[in-house]
Design a protein around this ligand. Structure first.
Ligand SMILES: NC(=O)c1ccc[n+]([C@@H]2O[C@H](COP(=O)([O-])OP(=O)(O)OC[C@H]3O[C@@H](n4cnc5c(N)ncnc54)[C@H](O)[C@@H]3O)[C@@H](O)[C@H]2O)c1
Length: 249
């Protein structure tokens, strides 16, 4: 039997990047995987589906819109027949000084990174409680939640909110054997931030790790699968740095 045979996994934000690799690895290890993510061009009123991608493919979900999230989880439950593991990997970056931060920018970052994570957790936890067999939630936060993020103040605040939500949900849902943990990656080369990233940035960031390199989607994915496995079953409410030692607190 493969490690995740018979396990139903929803990866929000799994169309690419870190979430995409997490979805692929769950599928490779036998899980029944559905990705919820933005499907550009999809009519939100009609939902939207693509068979491309890991597992069963992608179904449309816009975390900004509570109705879209509710519809996407209804689709996920109908297709998978339940949810055992939720991974929240969707997120956006926001750069710039807090001095100049516009209210709309703050709202968007918080809506997607923090409120969207909460909505997804609510839907998955309700399903897990109904199923009565517990479950696992892995939220992808960021090193910025602890390190402040430099010119990423709003982003850092949104990820600190994810850490707080992770602890609160672990306390609230532990009695249902729902484990909730967060992973805090450092720098990972994905589409996120690629428009402003320079070779010099990559060299500078790499030196922050005692291991001398940036993270990869696989570095994060391996930990996510561990948390969802039986080997992680005494872990809840924790926020784990996946930073190659860039931060140690
Ligand atoms: N790449 C890094 O260096 C890094 C570092 C620390 C934390 N993270 C976190 O890891 C997670 C994954 O990031 P990534 O690097 O894979 O980035 P990415 O941009 O490759 O992936 C983010 C995913 O989120 C989806 N998404 C964005 N807005 C959405 C919305 N409104 N509704 C639904 N889905 C939406 C995107 O479509 C995309 O598939 C994010 O939460 C990010 O904040 C990334």
């Amino acid at each position: 039997m493969s490690r995740f045979g018979g396990i139903r996994v929803v990866v929000v934000g799994g169309a690419g990047g870190i979430g995409g690799r997490i979805a692929e690895r769950f599928a490779e290890e036998g899980a029944d995987v559905l990705v919820l993510d933005l499907l550009r061009g999809a009519d939100p009123a009609l939902g939207g589906a693509s068979s491309a991608g890991p597992g069963r493919g992608i179904r449309h979900c816009d975390l900004v819109d509570a109705v879209s999230v509710e519809a996407a989880f209804a689709v996920a439950l109908a297709e998978l027949g339940g949810i055992d593991v939720l991974v929240n990997s969707a997120g956006i970056l926001a750069r710039g000084s807090l001095l100049d931060l516009a209210p709309e920018r703050w709202d968007l970052v918080m809506d997607i990174n923090a409120r969207g994570t909460l909505f997804a957790m609510q839907h998955a936890a309700r399903a897990m409680i109904d199923q009565g067999a517990g479950g696992t939630i892995v939220n992808i936060a960021s090193m910025a939640a602890k390190a402040g993020g430099g010119d990423e103040g709003a982003y850092a605040a949104s990820k600190a909110a994810v850490v707080g939500l992770t602890r609160a949900a672990a306390l609230e849902w532990g009695e249902h054997l729902i484990r909730v943990n967060a992973l805090l990656p450092g720098y990972v080369l994905t589409d996120m931030g690629k428009d402003t990233r320079t070779d010099e940035d990559v060299a500078t960031w790499s030196k922050k790790s005692p291991l001398g390199r940036l993270g990869t989607p696989d570095d994060v994915a391996g930990f996510a699968l561990f948390l969802a496995s039986v080997d992680g079953e005494y872990l809840t409410g924790q926020s784990f740095n996946v930073t190659g030692g860039m931060i140690m607190h």
